[in-house]
Design a protein around this ligand. Sequence first.
Ligand code: PEP
Ligand code: MG
Length: 554
Amino acid sequence: MITLRGRTVCGGIAIGTAMVYRREDNIIKRYHIDSIEAEIERFEKARCQAVAELEKLYTETVDEVGEMSAEIFGIHQQMLSDPDYIESVKNIIANEMINAETAVGHTCDSFMQMFESLSNAYMRGRAADIKDISERIINILEGRDPRAVNANAPVIVLADDLSPSETVQLGRETTLAFATEGGTSNSHTAILARMMNIPAVIGAEGVCSYGFDGRDVIVDGTDGTIYIDPDEETLARLQKRRDEYFRKRESLSCLIGKETVTADGKKIALHANIGNVFDINSVIANDAEGIGLFRSEFLYLESCDFPDEETQFNVYREVLEKMEGKKVIIRTLDIGADKNVSYFHMDDEKNPAMGIRAIRVCFEHRDWFKTQLRALYRASVYGDLSIMFPMITSEWEIDEIFKITDDVKNELRSEGVKFSENVSLGCMIETPAAAIISDDLAKRLQFLSIGTNDLTQYALAADRTNPHIGRYCDYSHKAVLRLIYTIVQNAHKNGINVSVCGEIAADPDRTQTLLALGVDGLSASPGMLLPLRGEIRKTDISAVRDKILSEILN
Ligand code: PEP
Ligand code: MG
């Protein structure tokens, strides 16, 4: 038996036969051309054909696996219409008098390099999309059929890498799982695997060996392990775990439509965390009662330049409309530290997590902040909007925020633009300072939401991005739990609700603790909502509260 390890991007366990798939290395023939116009026309024709192919794929995928999985083809169509990409290809054709496929190849290389150099993991993942769209045009120009990952019988695909379009073309009936050597967990390939619910592991060195073709394989998407030729003991163990996993998943669907209420009758708000509008389908499928955290910075991270007011307004409006009157909490721009893009031109800082990030960026750049607030207030008439501010440490920041939101509302009034007067304002509690002064914050705001990811990092002096200090960055640490207790007491004393939207909220093993501490709501990634609802419905707070609190507080 051979055991290989990678990173899991989608849970579940699959047992089957391996099909090894290596992407062909396209060798592009370079040659000189006589007519620039004719070559640019050739490129344009191929580009339009690529857009048409993607349109067809989009429609087919919507029918087969739903709009959300198909979205990637919409994004690829947009990328193929990107003026910078098109101009780069045309400039290379004109300046170097070379053929279109070579110009596309060069453009692909430089755009990929640009994306790969970005510090943001999501944006680095976009390099794979650039490669995908460029290969599509080159295939058309060279008259090649794109390779498809096809199998007649159910298989487990072991690949060096998979592009998003290859991933989505994996036959649903015939693909039990996939494991790749390359890939990042934020790439669209990973996102699609989660949407399609196929067990998937990436970054598994050595998995794409031709020698594995046709052999027995197990992909354990729950811990990122791949077993080639599993021995009897491993096979029996994993079969048992697979059956348990299916049983558990099936039993969860019966929770759809059920109330999120504890066994002793406390109603808990169960909300979803999202990063963009495409996540809404899964929010609805998992029966979220609202959006507890829309990380609006993803809108910025996905763009090559500041999203303007209109672009932001359209996104916020769509989210509010799709949520049909359910609560939607949108967090204002939380950029800085590990979330950064070049067009922000932020100064290098020695300690960026403690530097100009989140609300501090917005105070430094009022115009960015006001653009976002205008878009938010304009969208507010389309649903139940709350606005949340990140990285608060002091009361003066709340004064400043109120001044700016008042300015924005007055501006809109004077322009005759409609907005809702009922937008609630709240803040994240993600610094020890905010936790300690949560009494004062609760007096001035309408809700608090505890961001345990940052609260843990700042309370325990443990960088959340440093893999070497994982054991120090523990959200179950007594210090963090005591801070949560203080925040809840202060919120309730002032008659407002408090929820948790950091990763501890998504951990069913911590649900009882959070409920005992008195939180009113949990917000987590859509896929975790039903397990959390199950946990909440099982919990009798009155029965466990004293014991849990005495362990934390004494
Ligand atoms: C948090 O800090 O807990 C949080 C939810 O915000 P983010 O993870 O985006 O920093
Ligand atoms: Mg945070």
